[in-house]
Ligand binder design. Structure first.
Ligand code: R5P
Length: 297
């Protein structure tokens, strides 16, 4: 029997794309909220002894998590087994250390929550900073899909004389691979974070690339401040309006408009989080990563 794929509430397009590339069919689910805001769920597909996959957009995660857990537990209660999770954006990865006495390391709590409900996980470029791999926090098998080849391909096709810029040391892991694939030079800047919305970026050694098109690349665009601060530096140095590429475009509040107002020439993201800037489709590579897990279990 083919595996069943259940979409998270507002992300039918990923489930559709996975069903197109995988031998799988879409599971039927009824979901609504009671008048008091609590969740009602009913699975309308027979799922006894069937492999089930939840395809979930977990950006801005808190309002979505309970439903995800309820869905996984209801599938389990209906006899679905194993149960996988395709969450192209994996939240809570940035809180990987307790900097002050009493601070929660939520990356660990979140990983425990998911590891206890799912049998495997597929995601795209999780924010690995102090953890070297997901296995340091997740106890289930995980597969990481790199967005670099698809981003490099987009740059090769669309940008003449690109020059890639990573705003901080952490970004080097993505930027170096994208630059290699795009056959473009790159530099990594130095960022200091002074608060949720306050960063400073220091840039030196850029002038040699003046006649190239700057392409900023980061894994996450959240408030957009990291990119905006970098755009300001580039503007002052006389560069052309940069293209800003984020693997995961969270765009908190007015971040997208703010980026355009700050001078971004174009803002481009992959479709790990639905947004009008999604110009790079990862449906096929996500399906390629899930296929062996569907066979293996
Ligand atoms: C942080 O270390 C990440 O790699 C991104 O640079 C960061 O999350 C971007 O956040 P914001 O858009 O709020 O500056």
């Amino acid at each position: 029997m083919k595996p069943l794929i259940f979409p998270s509430e507002d992300w039918g397009h990923l489930a559709r794309s996975l069903c197109r590339f995988l031998p799988a069919e879409r599971g039927k689910l009824e979901a609504r909220s009671f008048p008091d805001g609590e969740t009602y769920l009913r699975i309308r597909s027979a799922c006894g002894n069937r492999h089930a996959v939840i395809a979930a957009d977990l950006s801005q995660p808190d309002p979505k998590i309970l439903k995800l857990i309820f869905l996984a537990e209801t599938l389990r209660a209906q006899g679905a087994s194993p149960i996988g999770l395709v969450a192209p954006y994996l939240p809570y990865m940035r809180q990987d250390k307790s900097f002050h006495q009493g601070e929660a390391v939520t990356s660990k709590s979140f990983a425990n929550l998911l590891s206890g409900r799912f049998d495997w996980l597929v995601t795209v470029d999780p924010h690995l900073h102090r953890y070297r791999s997901l296995s340091e926090v997740y106890t289930i098998p995980t597969r990481v899909v790199p967005a670099a080849p698809a981003i490099a391909g987009w740059i090769r096709r669309r940008v003449r004389k690109p020059f890639l810029i990573g705003p901080d040391q952490e970004s080097e892991q993505w930027v170096s691979k994208i630059a290699e694939g795009a056959k473009a030079p790159f530099v990594i800047l130095h960022k200091e974070r002074r608060g949720d919305r306050k960063v400073t970026v220091s840039a030196s050694g850029l002038n040699v690339w003046q006649n190239h098109r700057p392409v900023l690349v980061d894994d996450i665009i959240s408030t957009g401040n990291t990119m905006m601060e970098t755009i300001r530096r580039l503007k002052r140095a006389g560069f052309k309006a940069p293209i800003c590429i984020g693997v995961h475009g969270i765009f908190s509040g007015s971040a997208y408009e703010d980026l355009l107002n700050a001078g971004a020439g174009e803002v481009v993201t992959t479709n790990t989080i639905p947004h009008s800037t999604n110009k790079i489709d990862l449906g096929r590579v996500l399906a390629d990563a899930a296929r062996p897990l569907l066979k293996q279990f």
